[in-house]
Design a protein. Structure first.
Lengths: 289, 347, 316
C-alpha cells in the first residue's frame, strides 16, 4: 500500500516537473529566480554575511568596499545582508495573501458554481461589493483601524483580491460543472462535496495555480507599497519595501544604491512571477480547451 | 436585373463565346506547416465560363476551401503559389493595390457561418452598402434603396427595418440571405460560394439554396459552389469537380455524375450517401480516412490505398489528368473501368 | 433598450456605494476599544469634550441611526472634524483634491496616448518596433510605481535635472513640470498593461473572419483597419483602459508620498498613521466613489461601443 502511494506521489511530482519543463526556458528561468528568492526567504537570517539589523552610523551611506558588495545603508547596515534577510518578510507576506485569497476564492467560486441560484447570486453580489475597494485602500483602512503592521495589511489585501480570484474560478467551475462526467457521478450517488473536492477542484487545478502565481506578483507589489508607506512591515525589520522608504533620502544625496538594490529585488521577483504565471495560464487554457 | 433566361442558354452561349471567365491552370499552393513547406493544393485546374455554375466537391481537407481562397486572393501570408489563375483573361496572382481591389469588386465571396463573417458591432445596412459606397461611390441613400430591393429578392420583406438592425438580432439563415444579397449588390461577374449552407439547418438550407440558385440564373452570374455534398452540387451546378487530397480527380457534367462517373472516389462518395428512396441493409463507407494533401504517398495515386479498383498501374506512378467525353479524370484505369463505376446501393 | 441598461447600472452603482459606505462607517466599530477612543485617536480627551463628541456623533443612539446621521452628513458635504488638525474634513479634502485629480488625469492622458498608441502600432505590424514594445512592456509592467519613482528621481531629477523631485509647484506650468515625473511613475506599469492588451486585441481582431469578408470585397486597407479592426478592438481596449485608470486612484497615494505631493492619498496615509478616523473615513468614501464611478463609466462606454451588450434585455 505504501509503495503504491509513494509511486503515486512521485508520479504527481514528476507530472508537476514535466509541466514546469514544458513552460519553456523563460518559464524555467523564472521558476529558478523564484526558487532562489524562496530559499533566501526561508534561510535569510542565517545566510546573511553580516548582521542585517546592527546600525553603525559612522558607516552610513558608505559605498561598496571590502566584503560589502552593495555598501551600507543610511544607518550603516550592510545592504546585501539586509536584502537577503528582507526576503523573508517580502516573500512571506504575499504568500499569506495568496494562500488566503485563493483558498477562500476557490471555496466561494466552487460553491457558487455548484449551488447556482440564490447562493450564486448572494455570493456574486457580496463579491461585487468588495470590488468597490482597491487593495491599497482597504489596507490603509485596516491600518487606520487596527494599527500598522503586516498581518492587518495581508488580510486586507486577501479580502480585496477575493472577487478577482473568485470571478475567474467561478467561470471555470461552472464550465466544469456542466461536463457530463459530473452528471454521471451525481447519478451514481456521489455527494456534492466529494465531487467538488475530488474532481472539480483538481480539474481546475492548473488554472488555480496560474492565478495564484500571478496574484503573488500583485500582492508583492501592493504589500511592498504599503510597507513603503509605513503602514505594513515596520522598520527596523528588514523588508524590501521598507528599505526603499528608509533609504529614499539617499537618492537626493548621491547614494542611490540601497534603495535601487531593494527596488531591483522586487522587480526581478515580480517579472519572474509574471512570466511564469503567464506561461502557466497558457498551459491551463490549452488543457481545458 | 436581367429578364429570366432559360437555364442552359447561358452555358451554350458561353461555350459559343469560348473565353472562360475564370481559368485556373496548374494551381499549386504550398503552406508552412510546423516549420515545413507542405502542399495544400497540387496541380489544380478548373475553368468557368460566364454564367456557368460549377460545383467543387470534397471532404474536409481536400483543398476545396483553399482553392476558393486562392481564387479570392485570401491565402495566409507566406503561402507559396504556383500556376496561374486568370480572370477575364488577366492573371490575378500578381495584382496589387487598386488593380486588386478592382478584381475583388468583380468577384464576390459568400462564406460558411455568416455570423462570424459579418461585423457584429455594425448595422446590417452598413454591412450591405459598404462595398457600394466605398468602391463604387454610390451615394448612401441610393445604396440603401438598392439594399432594400435586394433584401426583398432574397425573401426579407421589411428591408428598411432590417437595415437598422444588428447581426445578433437575426437568425443564421437570415444572415446568410443578407450575405447573399450583399454579395449580389455589387453586380459581380463571379460568385464564390464556400459552403454557404453547411452551418444552417436543413429547412433553411433548402430555402437559401433555392434563393441562391434563382438569383444566380436571373442575373447570369457565374458561380463556383463549394460543398462536401455531392448531391447538392449536382442539383444546382451544370458541371461538378471533385477534389481529393488537394487534387482535382474528376470534372463531369452534373447529370452524368451518378450514371457514369469517371473516378472511383466519385462513385464511392455517391454510394456512401444513403438514399432516402431505397432501403439499405448496410451503410457503405469508404474504408480508411481522407488524406490531407501532404500525407499522400509520393509516386502513386493518392486514392490507391482506399480504392476498390486499385491496380499495379495505380501504384506505379501519380496519374495525370485525362480528358474524355467532355469531362476530366485522374484515374489511371479510367478507360478500363468505364461503365463499372456507377453508384450502386446494397440490395 | 439602452435606457433600461443604463438605469440598471445606475441602481447597482448606488447600491454598491451604500454598502461600501456602510462598511467604511462600520470601521469605527471594528477598531479595538470604544468608538469614543477611536474618534479621539487614542489621545486623552479634555473633560467635557467627551460629551461634545458623544452628541456630535450620536454615540448614544443605535448603530443604524448613527450610520444614517453619518451618511446624511456626508451627502451634504459634512464629513466631520479632523482630530489632529482640528478642521473640517471637507475643507481639508477640498484643498488637496485637485492635486490628486490632476495627477490621475495627467497619468491617464499618458496611458491613453502612449499605451493605446503603442499598442495599436505594434498590433498592426510586426517587426523591430513590435518586438521592442513587447520587451519594454514586459519589464515595465513589473515595476511598481514607487520603484519607478526612485528610478525617475535618480535619472531625471538628480542626474539630469530636467524635472524637480519634490513638491507641487505654483502656477499651472510649474505644476505641469512638477507633476510630470509623478505622472510617469504612476502611469508606468499601467501603460505597459494597456499597451499589451491593446496589441493583443488589435491582432485578434485582424484575424477575425469578418475582416476577411471586408478584404474580399476590395475595401481599401485603411478603411478595413479603421472600421473593422480598430472599431471592434475598441471594446476590450476601453475595458482595460477603464480598469487601469480606476486603479490609479489608489496607487496615486504611493506616488504622492514618493514625490512629497500634497494630495489626498498622502493625506490619507498620514491620517491612517495618526488614527484620525474621521479623515480616513471621509477620504475613503471619496476614493471608493471615484473608483466605482470610473468603472461604471467604462461599462457604459463599452455598452455604447458594443450593441450586443445593451440589447441583452430587448426582444429580437
Amino acid at each position: 500500500m505504501s509503495t503504491v502511494m509513494a509511486a503515486a506521489e512521485s508520479s504527481a511530482s514528476r507530472r508537476g516537473l514535466a509541466r514546469l519543463r514544458s513552460t519553456g526556458p523563460a518559464g524555467i528561468a523564472s521558476a529558478a529566480v523564484i526558487a532562489v528568492a524562496t530559499f533566501a526567504a526561508a534561510f535569510g537570517p542565517l545566510l546573511a554575511p553580516y548582521d542585517p539589523d546592527l546600525p553603525n552610523l559612522s558607516l552610513s551611506w558608505v559605498g561598496p568596499a571590502g566584503g560589502h558588495l552593495l555598501g551600507y545603508d543610511f544607518e550603516g547596515r550592510d545592504v546585501l545582508s539586509r536584502l537577503v534577510a528582507g526576503a523573508q518578510s517580502s516573500m512571506l507576506g504575499p504568500l499569506v495573501v495568496v494562500i488566503l485569497s485563493v483558498t477562500a476564492g476557490t471555496l466561494l467560486a466552487v460553491t457558487a458554481a455548484w449551488r447556482r441560484g440564490v447562493s450564486d447570486t448572494a455570493i456574486s453580489s457580496g463579491l461585487n461589493i468588495v470590488f468597490a475597494f482597491p487593495g491599497i485602500l482597504l489596507a490603509v483602512l485596516a491600518a487606520a483601524i487596527f494599527g500598522a503592521g503586516l498581518p492587518a495589511a495581508a488580510i486586507a489585501l486577501s479580502i480585496a483580491y477575493l472577487p478577482y480570484v473568485a470571478r475567474v474560478l467561478r467561470g471555470a467551475a461552472l464550465k466544469e460543472r456542466g461536463q457530463p462526467y459530473v452528471a454521471a457521478l451525481e447519478v451514481q450517488g456521489a455527494s456534492a462535496t466529494a465531487i467538488c473536492l475530488r474532481h472539480v477542484v483538481p480539474n481546475i487545478g492548473p488554472l488555480i495555480v496560474a492565478q495564484a502565481t500571478i496574484l503573488f506578483g500583485y500582492a508583492m507589489v501592493d504589500l511592498a507599497a504599503i510597507s513603503y508607506l509605513g503602514l505594513g512591515v515596520q522598520p527596523p525589520t528588514a523588508n524590501w519595501g521598507v528599505m526603499i522608504s528608509e533609504n529614499k533620502d539617499g537618492l537626493l544625496l548621491g547614494h542611490p544604491l540601497p534603495a535601487v538594490a531593494a527596488g531591483l529585488c522586487i522587480v526581478i521577483v515580480v517579472i519572474a512571477v509574471n512570466v511564469l504565471g503567464e506561461r502557466l495560464f497558457e498551459q491551463a487554457r490549452a488543457v481545458r480547451g | 436585373m436581367s429578364d429570366p433566361i432559360a437555364p442552359g442558354t447561358l452555358a451554350s452561349a458561353g461555350a459559343a463565346a469560348g473565353l472562360p471567365l475564370l481559368d485556373v491552370a496548374g494551381l499549386t499552393v504550398l503552406l508552412e506547416v510546423n516549420g515545413a513547406r507542405r502542399a495544400a493544393l497540387r496541380d489544380v485546374s478548373l475553368t468557368l465560363r460566364p454564367g456557368e455554375a460549377v460545383g467543387l466537391v470534397g471532404e474536409s481537407g481536400s483543398g476545396k476551401s483553399m482553392t476558393a481562397r486562392a481564387i479570392g486572393r485570401l491565402l495566409p501570408p507566406g503561402a507559396e503559389v504556383h500556376g496561374s489563375i486568370r480572370f477575364g483573361g488577366t492573371e490575378i496572382g500578381q495584382l496589387a493595390g487598386a488593380d486588386l481591389r478592382r478584381y475583388r469588386s468583380q468577384m464576390a465571396m459568400i462564406f460558411q457561418g455568416p455570423r462570424a463573417h459579418i461585423n457584429p458591432v455594425r448595422r446590417i445596412g452598413d454591412f450591405m452598402t459598404e462595398a457600394l459606397r466605398t468602391n463604387h461611390e454610390v451615394p448612401r441613400a441610393q445604396a440603401r434603396r438598392r439594399a432594400v430591393d435586394m433584401l426583398a429578392q432574397v425573401g426579407i420583406e421589411d428591408g428598411a427595418r432590417r437595415l437598422q438592425q444588428y447581426p445578433h438580432q437575426m437568425s443564421g439563415g437570415m444572415l446568410q440571405r443578407v450575405m447573399i444579397a450583399a454579395a449580389l449588390l455589387t453586380e459581380p461577374r463571379l460568385l464564390l460560394a464556400d459552403e454557404p449552407t453547411t452551418a444552417l439547418d436543413v429547412t433553411t438550407q433548402a430555402e437559401v439554396m433555392a434563393i441562391l440558385d434563382g438569383l444566380r440564373r436571373r442575373s447570369g452570374l457565374a458561380m463556383l459552389f463549394i460543398t462536401h455534398d455531392l448531391e447538392l452540387a449536382a442539383a444546382i451546378c451544370d458541371r461538378t469537380a471533385v477534389m481529393y487530397a488537394g487534387q482535382i480527380v474528376e470534372v463531369r457534367a452534373s447529370s452524368l455524375l451518378h450514371s457514369d462517373p469517371l473516378h472511383p472516389y466519385t462513385a464511392a462518395l455517391a454510394t456512401a450517401r444513403p438514399d432516402i428512396t431505397q432501403t439499405t441493409r448496410r451503410l457503405r463507407a469508404i474504408p480508411g480516412r481522407p488524406l490531407s494533401p501532404f500525407e499522400t504517398p509520393p509516386g502513386e495515386c493518392a486514392f490507391a490505398a482506399r480504392c476498390p479498383h486499385a491496380g499495379d498501374v495505380c501504384r506505379a506512378a501519380e496519374p495525370g489528368l485525362v480528358e474524355l467525353d467532355g469531362g476530366v479524370s485522374r484515374c489511371a484505369r479510367v478507360h478500363e473501368l468505364r461503365g463499372q463505376l456507377q453508384a450502386t446501393s446494397d440490395g | 433598450m439602452r435606457g433600461r441598461f443604463v438605469a440598471r447600472r445606475l441602481v447597482l452603482l448606488v447600491a454598491s456605494l451604500l454598502v461600501a459606505s456602510f462598511v467604511i462607517f462600520a470601521a469605527l466599530y471594528l477598531a479595538p476599544g470604544t468608538p469614543l477612543a477611536a474618534l479621539s485617536g487614542g489621545q486623552p480627551l479634555p473633560p467635557g469634550s467627551a460629551q461634545v463628541l458623544e452628541q456630535r456623533y450620536h454615540l448614544n443612539e443605535s448603530f443604524l441611526a448613527q450610520y444614517w446621521y453619518w451618511l446624511d452628513n456626508a451627502l451634504h458635504g459634512n464629513l466631520g472634524i479632523s482630530i489632529t488638525l482640528r478642521e473640517n474634513v471637507s475643507t481639508l479634502i477640498a484643498s488637496r483634491i485637485w492635486t490628486t485629480a490632476g495627477l490621475v488625469l495627467y497619468a491617464s492622458v499618458i496611458i491613453v496616448v502612449l499605451g493605446i498608441g503603442l499598442g495599436i502600432v505594434s498590433g498592426l505590424r510586426s517587426g523591430p518596433l513590435d518586438t521592442s514594445v513587447l520587451v519594454v512592456t514586459a519589464v515595465s509592467a513589473a515595476i511598481p510605481a514607487f520603484v519607478a519613482a526612485i528610478a525617475l528621481i535618480m535619472v531625471f531629477a538628480v542626474k539630469l535635472g530636467w524635472f524637480p523631485a519634490l513638491g507641487n509647484g505654483t502656477g499651472f506650468l510649474s505644476n505641469v513640470r512638477h507633476f510630470t515625473l509623478p505622472a510617469v511613475a504612476l502611469a508606468g506599469a499601467s501603460l505597459a498593461i494597456v499597451a499589451r492588451v491593446t496589441r493583443a486585441a488589435v491582432r485578434a481582431e485582424g484575424d477575425r473572419e469578418h475582416v476577411q469578408t471586408a478584404v474580399s470585397r476590395g475595401i481599401p486597407a485603411r478603411y478595413v483597419i479603421q472600421r473593422h479592426i480598430l472599431r471592434n478592438a475598441a471594446i476590450p481596449i476601453t475595458t482595460i483602459t477603464g480598469i487601469t485608470i480606476a486603479s490609479l486612484i489608489a496607487v496615486a497615494a504611493v506616488v504622492e508620498v514618493a514625490f512629497s505631493l500634497n494630495g489626498l492619498g498622502a493625506y490619507l496615509v498620514q491620517a491612517a498613521e495618526s488614527k484620525d478616523i474621521a479623515v480616513v473615513q471621509g477620504i475613503s468614501l471619496l476614493l471608493v466613489t471615484a473608483f466605482v464611478v470610473v468603472n461604471l463609466l467604462t461599462d457604459l462606454i463599452c455598452a455604447a461601443l458594443d450593441p450586443r451588450l445593451a440589447h441583452r434585455d430587448s426582444p429580437r
